[in-house]
Design a protein around this ligand. Structure first.
Ligand code: RP5
Length: 163
């Protein structure tokens, strides 16, 4: 049986509070996904197995989140032709700057689409994944348009003192 279109992978259970925002965003757009813990450092064989089989299993897009020495998105990108979106998870020691630098500085030839640090990056990775899938899915394109319209309508014209 084919996998859902989006895989959300993360280096540790501790990344889930960040990466669940990608999952929730996909759910709000009715995009199916599978979330897995796959560590480049602690479960390298699991990472190789996942990355090398991801396309054949039916995944279309991979969202990979990791923190600190965040090799996971780049290593996965090296082993699959699928688009990989990297989410730098906020680390305790360096607040996610280490994660960002680890993920964003891929050598030319092996792309990782790198998002913002933390929750905004996780949300936007999901929105980007949905936008790519919407190229071949008119219903999803409509749901994305509606999502954007709701967001626009939620912005007040004037600031308020009410917190
Ligand atoms: C990385 O190390 C993970 O992606 C996580 O962000 C970080 C810390 O992992 P834990 O020590 O919390 O498991 O591999």
């Amino acid at each position: 049986m084919l996998k859902p279109p989006v895989a959300i992978v993360m280096g540790s259970q501790s990344d889930w509070p960040t990466m669940r925002h990608a999952a929730e965003t996909l759910e709000s757009l009715e995009v199916e996904y599978e979330a897995r813990v796959v560590s480049a450092h602690r479960t390298p064989a699991r990472m190789v197995d996942f990355a090398t089989n991801a396309r054949a299993e039916g995944f279309k897009i991979i969202i990979a989140g990791a923190g600190g020495a965040a090799h996971l998105p780049g290593m996965i990108a090296a082993m699959t032709p699928l688009p990989v979106f990297g989410v730098p998870v906020r680390s305790k020691a360096l607040n996610g700057l280490d994660s960002l630098y680890s993920i964003v500085q891929m050598p030319g030839g092996v792309p990782v689409g790198t998002l913002a640090i933390g929750e905004p990056g996780a949300i936007n990775a999901a929105l980007l994944a949905a936008a790519v899938l919407a190229l071949n899915d008119d219903d999803l394109a409509d749901r994305l348009d509606a999502h954007r319209a709701r967001q626009t309508q939620s912005v007040p014209q004037f600031p308020s003192d009410i917190e």
